[in-house]
Write a protein of this length. Structure first.
Length: 161
C-alpha cells in the first residue's frame, strides 16, 4: 500500500509538530476541520519542528525573491501535512487533494504569485503522486496578511472514512 509518510522519508523530508498558535493569540477556529469525507485546512503558515509558527514573515518582492518564496511554500506544505496528520492520524487516509488557495503578500507589480505557490503544489504531487495529489488551485497577491505572514495557503482534501 502507498504510504505518504514513506515517500516523505524517501525524499529526506520530515514533518514538524502540528502548529501551535503564538502565545496570546486566540483562534476561534481550528487549523483542520473534518466534515464527512471532506477535510478543510485553514490558511496556514510555516511551522518549526516544535510546531511554533515561523512565518515566513515579510513581503515577496522585497524580503524574498520568487525562488526563496517557492522554498517557503514547500515548507508550508510540510506544516499543512503535519496538521492534517495530527487530525486524521495517517496521511494515507487522503483520497485526493481537491483545491488549494495561496495568498502571497507581495509588492505592487509583482506577478509571480503562481510560481511561489508552485512550491506547495509541487511538494504535494511529489509526495502523493499525480492521481491523488493533483488539485485545482488559485494564487493571488495581497497587500498584507495576518501577523505579517508573507504567505498563507488553505485548501481541501477528500479523505477515506
Amino acid at each position: 500500500m502507498f504510504s505518504p509518510e514513506q515517500r516523505l522519508q524517501d525524499l529526506g523530508l520530515q514533518l514538524p509538530a502540528a502548529a501551535k498558535p503564538p502565545p496570546g493569540v486566540h483562534l476561534p477556529f481550528s487549523f483542520v476541520n473534518v466534515r464527512g469525507n471532506r477535510l478543510l485546512f485553514s490558511g496556514s503558515p510555516k511551522s518549526a519542528k516544535d510546531g511554533s509558527i515561523t512565518g515566513p514573515f515579510g513581503v515577496v518582492g522585497t524580503d524574498f525573491n520568487t525562488d526563496q518564496a517557492y522554498a517557503e511554500a514547500r515548507d508550508i506544505a510540510l506544516s499543512v501535512l503535519a496538521n492534517i496528520k495530527a487530525e486524521i492520524g495517517d496521511l494515507s487516509r487522503i483520497a485526493g487533494w481537491t483545491r488549494v488557495f495561496g495568498m502571497v503578500a507581495s509588492t505592487p507589480g509583482y506577478t509571480e504569485q503562481h510560481l511561489v505557490i508552485n512550491g506547495f503544489s509541487d511538494l504535494i504531487i511529489d509526495v502523493f503522486g499525480r492521481d491523488v495529489g493533483r488539485h485545482a488551485r488559485s494564487a493571488i497577491g495581497v497587500a498584507g496578511l495576518p501577523l505579517g505572514f508573507a504567505m498563507e495557503i488553505e485548501g481541501e482534501v477528500e479523505i477515506y472514512q
